[in-house]
Design a protein around this ligand. Structure first.
Ligand SMILES: Nc1ncnc2c1ncn2[C@@H]1O[C@H](COP(=O)(O)OP(=O)(O)OP(=O)(O)O)[C@@H](O)[C@H]1O
Ligand SMILES: [Mg+2]
Length: 275
């Protein structure tokens, strides 16, 4: 099996001695939709920073397309063209003075001309509702606006692998919907998308497979529906059952639907079971 990203025996500790990841072995196939979930402090962001070379593990290895990450500056530059990451906190990634400059930064670094970059900026800004903000200084934006600028900066580069650390955080309903639409369109284009989220209904509906972290260790790695039907594991990892699964189990208990009926991923699929 060819994986686009995998890790072997990855362990990571921060400089202050805080241990964050222990012997993490994961393998992600090209085009797959993977959710990484777990409580606050379980290691999701740390893992993401290892996957695109920002964090260098003290033990174990990270592979991109079967090759160990090359941590030289040239190697990392190449890797980051293929593996883009949108940080959890937008303040960690925005550093240019205007929104336009910020979104353009990666494109110009990749060798696009000013006019090519401008074209791409126009289209992503339209999509992410940023058109009126392009000439504003980034430090004058709201949290949600900054989050959308940081999403635009990575999405505009269309990397093969896109890692989104809590993409819905800071966003209102409308903008969160737009972001989820963009995420879907990335998957449809065949991109590999890895997301962390605390929204279990979103994870159930979106992800092909799930990696669950607890205190820096992988405690589940498999199909989304297998996780959400496993109450013991959900309790162990302190994860909520998605609302859809709660209703599905309730309808089975009441005899409305048969035990073993296909697990619905969203309200439409649940409704079809009842019909
Ligand atoms: N820069 C840092 N320096 C030292 N320790 C850190 C740093 N960043 C995170 N940690 C610690 O590493 C562990 C994992 O943190 P991480 O940010 O990866 O968790 P997370 O799963 O992303 O949590 P959240 O859901 O809150 O975003 C935690 O114990 C945290 O306190
Ligand atoms: Mg995090």
């Amino acid at each position: 099996m060819d994986y686009i990203i995998n890790t072997k025996g990855l362990s990571y500790s921060y400089h202050n001695g805080q241990k964050a990841l222990f012997d993490v072995n994961i393998a992600i196939k090209p085009g797959e939709k993977t959710a990484v979930i777990g409580s606050n402090g379980s290691g999701k962001s740390t893992l993401f920073l290892c996957l695109n070379g920002i964090n260098k593990p003290q033990k174990g290895d990270v592979f991109f397309k079967g090759n160990k990450i090359d941590y030289s500056s040239k190697g990392l530059l190449n890797l980051r063209r293929s593996v883009g990451i949108v940080f959890q906190n937008p303040d960690d990634m925005i550093f240019s003075s205007s929104v336009r400059q910020d979104i353009a930064f990666g494109l110009l670094n990749m060798g696009f001309s000013n006019s090519q970059a401008e074209e791409k900026i126009k289209s992503i800004s339209k999509f992410l509702n940023l058109e009126g903000l392009l000439d504003k200084p980034v430090h004058e934006l709201s949290g949600g606006e900054k989050k959308r600028v940081s999403l635009a900066g990575v999405m505009v580069m269309e990397p093969e692998v896109i890692i989104l650390d809590e993409p819905g955080a800071y966003l209102d309903t409308l903008n969160a919907k737009t972001v989820y639409k963009i995420i879907d369109s990335l998957s449809q284009k065949g991109k590999t998308v890895i997301i962390s989220s605390h929204n279990m209904d979103f994870v159930l509906n979106w992800a092909d497979s799930v990696i669950v972290l607890k205190e820096g260790k992988v405690v589940f790695n498999g199909r989304t529906e297998d996780l959400f039907l496993n109450n013991e594991l959900l309790n162990f990892a302190v994860l909520d059952e998605p609302q859809i699964i709660k209703i599905y189990n309730m309808l089975i208990n009441k005899g409305v639907i048969e035990a073993g009926a296909p697990v619905p991923k969203n309200i439409t699929e649940l409704e079809m079971l009842i019909k």
